[in-house]
Ligand binder design. Structure first.
Ligand code: HEC
Ligand code: HEC
Ligand code: HEC
Ligand code: HEC
Ligand code: HEC
Length: 233
């Protein structure tokens, strides 16, 4: 996977905004032109590889998902059911923290949230523009694991964006999903790698397993997977 740094991000929107302008003018007429262009041009998006905002509570995935081995779905309960993975309610944390580390200064904000009923204001890390349609369940129920899109979250103390989330990046996998498919049972296994046969390289093993799963899961064809209306609806 090629890393795309902040610098490429500043170049991309220029031509992309131009393309958008052409699409909007050509498709919807002049009335939408100014607000739409302004909306995309002026929105303060900070979406790039390595983006790692500070969070209100020093919650660590390396500790909870890594060392303690809590499954992703214990907290991100929406991930298999619909578009959004969802963030845990304070209650989920309090299942443990009403008895663990009850006087830790690192948990003051969490206890405040519990007392007042106001949710912790987690800062969003990954955020696609609104004109892109994305759905978690469509991926995790078809054999795409969290690690393929989020990297080794189980090794991060503070979550950072691992992949570009650009259109090119989405399309790269939509054209050749076999490079990333895994059994659905391994979706949250962050270290998953298919077992190579003797004399088989890791890549060959992935392609063998990926192609088998493509048949088994009836993965849709390239035309559907790359058509504009799949992601812009
Ligand atoms: C004990 C609860 C818990 C578990 C288990 C957990 N997470 Fe999280 N996750 C959170 C919380 C709280 C946040 C928001 C704060 C942050 O970003 O660290 C979060 C944030 C995230 C984000 C960033 C969301 C954004 O704003 O873009 C991703 C991606 C993520 N988790 C993936 C995972 C994966 C993958 C696993 C399993 C390996 C996992 N999480 C396990 C609680 C959990
Ligand atoms: C399944 C139980 C469990 C859940 C659920 C859980 N934690 Fe923890 N948490 C722990 C354990 C165990 C520790 C480590 C305690 C130790 O170091 O002895 C810990 C440590 C922490 C620490 C570090 C505290 C310190 O002072 O070292 C923070 C912060 C924290 N958790 C936040 C959260 C948040 C926020 C959530 C909900 C998103 C959450 N935890 C959910 C079990 C849990
Ligand atoms: C195909 C790529 C892909 C896979 C697989 C994937 N995610 Fe995501 N995830 C994304 C994208 C893209 C976003 C940003 C979505 C947006 O802005 O609407 C995101 C956002 C999130 C968020 C922030 C809340 C939300 O729903 O927007 C969490 C938490 C998260 N993912 C957890 C997970 C977990 C846990 C798994 C595995 C069970 C997983 N993701 C699998 C691409 C993926
Ligand atoms: C690592 C591989 C991978 C990446 C990266 C990926 N996808 Fe997918 N996507 C898939 C697979 C596999 C499917 C399931 C196809 C099927 O249902 O047969 C899918 C399905 C979808 C669907 C559902 C189609 C439908 O109608 O059910 C949408 C929408 C989608 N992807 C959008 C995106 C967007 C937007 C991105 C980038 C932010 C992205 N995907 C990144 C592999 C990927
Ligand atoms: C697999 C999902 C996917 C497909 C298929 C797809 N796109 Fe996109 N598109 C995206 C994502 C994700 C972005 C946002 C990229 C970013 O923010 O860097 C995007 C952004 C765009 C933008 C705006 C760029 C900007 O920065 O303002 C235009 C215009 C666009 N796509 C047109 C198209 C057209 C035309 C097609 C069909 C040929 C298409 N897209 C097919 C995922 C997709």
């Amino acid at each position: 996977m090629v890393a795309e740094g902040p610098s490429t991000k500043f170049v991309f929107p220029r031509w992309a905004n131009y393309l958008l302008l052409v699409l909007v003018v050509g498709g919807a007429g002049g009335a939408l032109y100014v607000p739409v262009l302004f909306g995309f041009g002026a929105s303060p998006r900070t979406l790039y590889v390595g983006y790692q905002p500070e969070q209100p509570v020093a919650y660590s995935h390396a500790l909870h998902a890594g060392k303690l081995g809590i499954d992703c779905r214990y907290c991100h309960i929406g991930v298999e059911k619909g578009p959004h993975a969802t963030l845990p309610a304070t209650q989920t944390c309090m299942n443990c923290h009403s008895s663990i580390k009850t006087d830790s200064p690192n948990l003051i904000r969490l206890r405040e949230s519990w007392a007042t009923g106001k949710p912790v204001e987690w800062v969003r890390v990954h955020d696609l523009p609104d004109y892109v349609y994305f759905n978690h369940s469509a991926h995790v129920n078809r054999g795409v694991g969290c690690a393929s899109c989020h990297g080794r979250i189980d090794q991060m103390d503070v979550v950072q964006q691992a992949m570009p989330l650009s259109m090119g990046w989405c399309l790269e996998c939509h054209r050749n999903p076999e490079k990333n498919l895994r059994p659905i049972s391994e979706i949250t296994n962050m270290a998953y790698k298919p077992e190579p046969k003797p004399d088989e390289t890791a890549m060959a093993a992935q392609l063998r397993v990926g192609n088998e799963l493509k048949q088994l899961y009836h993965t849709r064809d390239k035309t559907y997977m790359t058509s504009c209306s799949t992601c812009h609806r």
